[in-house]
Design a protein around this ligand. Structure first.
Ligand SMILES: Nc1ncnc2c1ncn2[C@@H]1O[C@H](COP(=O)(O)OP(=O)(O)OP(=O)(O)O)[C@@H](O)[C@H]1O
Length: 494
């Protein structure tokens, strides 16, 4: 990156009409065709440009013009322009830092002698492009940023409007709703990927960053999700790694192109996917949601190949099917998730999700994060909630308290956790977050169950009421904006 470029030049936005001073005599002698004299009036506001020294020619050139900034609005200075003089003072052999000092001393009208770039690349497309950031970015902690003041900080989940992708390493963007303000620099997808691979390589010098070997700790669940145990054997769970795509490629999460979705009241509700490590409280939160509004929330009826018990009803507790039928459905990709437990198959079919949604209910689905990809489509428009354990001391405290305070007759229904369970829960949560965090729309920390439930319910209600929801462009457009050089987030990030 051109990290040696100097910070912003500070100039006025007051008057950008070129006031043309008399052309100095020496100009005509020099490059009469190419030299341009530009005069701007300096005030407090930044001009919105960075300068750098061209390594090959030694010339001082304009590195970037920030969209919406003063230089951009003036239309007089462009990226690639060579700065020859400021107020008649030659910039030859001067360092960018010295030039800044020179400019800082200038008051009022400042005149530039410029050799315009021979070819100017204007941002050709005016199509609005929005990206959801899948990582946190703080320019103050980034040693590679060309200019901290010109950069934009953001958090994972923020929607950014991208205004320029001309530069391979630094894009220009502004926060959603901020499009009238000056754009700032953000690391491009390519740069962030390179940086992430680099930091991974430094952290784990012996690992093969192109193809992590994957193993998964046993994650036995008490509920129907018990069935996951065998289906997950051999799947990914190494902390600090990224998800492998269906084609085996590995990509750090960067940005995902999003588009606004205005839900029509006639449209089905979005599918709510709850994920979390075993024992964290997914079932409990789901149960509380169902009790809170049984007409509004619904859950799927799973399939199983085990025998029906006397108190069970077909289509209510389970769909009881033969092994042959179950295996045929596996081959036809009809399951979101399935597994074997004590010799029997259990699974959640896509049809069962459809059934709940077609009743006009919000379908609550809990699956392993690796399975989100099966419902990551326009028809389901999943809203993914990650239920996360708090710090281990709080997990210990809240779960032990629940054991202690539950009534004697409830003792059998309360799960007794060992110290190892707590550790597994925390480790598994870390793995899930590092591998699939880019898919999570909301993270709920389940310390106090009542607080977590309130927060979850409020989040779901907010989504339902929101006028605009930002959903991945890929759900709607068969080919989202091509220029993304994306790893193809469905192929690689899920
Ligand atoms: N915040 C909490 N404080 C105390 N106990 C909790 C809390 N959340 C859940 N529990 C208890 O922890 C136990 C496990 O919760 P739950 O069954 O909901 O976990 P789960 O995430 O569905 O795990 P699994 O998939 O393994 O069943 C239950 O006994 C539940 O009542």
């Amino acid at each position: 990156p051109d990290c040696r470029s100097a910070p912003l030049l500070y100039f006025s936005q007051r008057d950008f009409e070129p006031t043309l001073p008399p052309i100095p005599d020496d100009v005509l002698e020099e490059d009469e065709d190419s030299v341009k004299i530009v005069s701007l009036v300096k005030a407090k506001d930044p001009l919105g440009a960075t300068i750098k020294r061209d390594k090959s020619t030694g010339a001082i050139v304009v590195a970037r013009i920030m969209r919406g900034g003063a230089a951009d609005k003036s239309g007089l200075i462009h990226e690639g322009d060579e700065l020859k003089e400021v107020n008649g003072i030659s910039l030859e052999h001067r360092k960018p830092k010295e030039i800044l000092t020179l400019l800082a001393r200038s008051q009022g009208e400042v005149t530039f002698k410029i050799i315009p770039a021979s070819s100017k690349e204007e941002m050709s497309s005016h199509k609005k492009l929005f990206m959801r950031a899948l990582f946190d970015y703080d320019p103050n902690e980034d040693p590679t940023v060309p200019c901290k003041d010109a950069a934009v900080a953001f958090e994972r989940g923020d929607v950014l409007q991208i205004v320029s992708m001309e530069d391979d390493t630094w894009w220009q963007a502004c926060h959603l709703g901020d499009s009238n303000t000056r754009a700032g620099l953000i690391p491009s997808q390519q740069l962030h990927e390179r940086w992430s691979f680099y930091t991974l390589a430094v952290r784990q010098p012996t690992s093969d960053v192109n193809g992590p070997s994957l193993s998964f700790p046993a994650g036995l669940r008490r509920s129907f999700r018990l069935g996951r145990k065998s289906s997950l054997a051999g799947e990914a769970a190494q902390s600090g790694r990224w998800s492998t795509g269906v084609h085996g490629s590995v990509c750090p999460p960067t940005y995902i192109e999003v588009i606004p979705y205005h839900r029509d009241p006639k449209d089905r509700h979005r599918l709510v996917v709850l994920v979390g490590p075993s024992g964290v409280g997914v079932t409990e939160l789901k149960r509380r949601l169902l009790i809170s509004n049984p007409d509004h929330y619904g859950v799927t009826v799973p399939h199983t190949t085990r025998e029906k018990r006397s108190q069970e009803n077909e289509g209510v507790d389970y769909h009881f099917v033969s092994i042959h039928m179950f295996e045929e459905d596996i081959l036809n990709h009809r399951f979101v998730e399935y597994g074997r437990y004590r010799g029997h198959y259990y699974g959640t079919s896509l049809d069962s999700v459809h059934r709940v949604m077609s009743e006009g209910k919000v379908c609550l689905l809990d699956v392993h994060p690796n399975k989100i990809k099966h419902v990551y489509t326009a028809e389901f428009k999943p809203y993914v909630v990650f239920v996360k354990p708090p710090h281990i001391q709080e997990v210990r405290l809240t779960r032990r308290r629940a054991e202690f305070t539950c009534a004697e007759e409830d003792k059998n229904s309360v799960r007794i956790f060992s110290e190892e369970d707590f550790e597994d829960m925390i480790n598994s949560a870390e793995t899930m977050e590092s591998q699939s965090g880019h898919l999570f729309d909301k993270v709920i920390v389940n310390g106090d169950i009542a607080v977590a439930f309130r927060e979850l319910k409020a989040a779901l209600e907010k989504v339902e009421k929101a006028e605009v929801q930002w959903i991945p462009a890929e759900w709607i457009c068969s080919s989202p904006t091509k220029a993304r050089r994306s790893c193809g987030h469905l192929d690689s990030w899920i």
